[in-house]
Design a protein around this ligand. Sequence first.
Ligand code: NIG
Ligand code: FE
Length: 395
Amino acid sequence: MTELVIHNARVMTCDPAKPGLGIIDRGAVAVAVDGTIDWVGADDDRPRDRREIDAHGALVTPGLVDCHTHAIFAGDRAHEFALRAAGTSYVDIQHAGGGIMASLGPTRAATSDELRELLQGRLAGALQSGTTTIEVKSGYDLTADGELRLLRTIGGMPGRPRVVSTLLAHLIPPDRAHDRDAFVREICEQWIPRAANESHRPTSVDVWCEHNAFRLAEARQIFDAAKRHGLAVRGHIGQLSDLGAAELLAEYGAWSADHVEYISDLGIAALARAGTVAVMLPGACVQLRLPPPPVARLRAAGVPMAVATDLNPGSSYCESLPIQMWLATTHFQMTIEEAWLGVTRVAARALGLGAAKVGTLVPGAPADLVMWRTDDPVDVAYHYGTSLVDRVLTS
Ligand code: NIG
Ligand code: FE
C-alpha cells in the first residue's frame, strides 16, 4: 500500500475514547505504507506529503465487520423459504428432514474448488456491501474430516474481506443421535484438536445450544475442549428457547452470545458481568418469525450489542450488513449509534479483534475504510435495499 490521505471527509472514527460514533465533521484519515492508519484529525491539519483522495464531504467509516456468518455451503434451500412463506415453521421443516441437514448432502458432495468458488462469490457480495472483515463458521458437514475441510477452505481464502474462521458444533445428525455422547466426544477429541493444529486455525468454537441441537452439559464438554486448545468460546443461544446458555457462556468468558431472542434477566446480568457481546441477527429473527430479542433490557444492563447477517442458506440468505442495520433499527429498535457500533467496533470485539483496533479509524488500526454516497450516518440504515457504498479501501 502507498501512503495516502483521504480528506474532505465526514469521518466516523468509532474511537472508544470519543463519545458516540466519534465523528469528525471536516476530517481526514492518513494511511501509512504498512497499511495501518497513522493519523486521524481535522482536514486543515492533515499531512500534506501524500497522495490524496478527496471525499467531497462524504461519510467515511471503518470497514464493516460481519461477526456471524455460515457463508460456506453448497446448494440452497429456496423451497424451505417458500414453505415458510406459506406458514410452515423452521422447526417443523427440520423435523421433516429439512433445515441444516438438507445442506449437508450438497456441501459434502461439493469439491473443495466448488466450495471455494461459492464462498468467494458470497465474500465478494459482502465486500461490495462494505464488509472488510468477516467471520465464517464451519458446520454444514458434521464429520471430522469434512469440518476440517471446510475450515481449511475458509482459512485459505486470499484477499479481502479479511476472513476469520470458527468451528461450529451445529447439530447432532440423526444418524448419530443414538449415541450423542460418542458424537460429542468426537468433537472434543478429534474435531477441536485437529482444527487447533492447522496453520489457519479457527479462533473460536461455537455451539448451537438448543433443545433440537446441543444440550448444556454437551456444550460444556465442547467448551472445555475448546479452552484446552486455546480457542475462545461463542454460542448460538436462546434462538428458540431459553436453556440458560447465557449463564454458561458467561462462565467461560465467551466472546459472544448470538441470537438471544429468549434470555432471562439472570442471563443478561451474567453476560454483562462477563463482558460478552450479544450478537443481534435480525434477518434470521424476522425470517423465522421470532420475537425480537430484549434490546432495552440488554442496553439497560450494559451488554455490548453487535449486529450481523447470519448469512446462511436457511434462516438468513443475506450478505448485506446495511440491510441488517435497517432491521436492527426498525424491528429491534436499536439506535443508529448502536447499529453502527454493532457492525464495527463491537462486532470486532465479538471476534477477539478489539485489541487490534479493527472496526475503528484510529492510529494503529488496519486501514479498512468505506466511503459512502452520503454524508449522513442515518442514511445507511434508513435508505435500505440499494447499496450506498461508493468505494471500499482495504489494507
Ligand atoms: O444461525 N441456528 C442455527 N443455525 C443457523 C441456521 C442455519 C441453517 O438453517 O442452515 C442460524 O440461524
Ligand atoms: Fe448462525
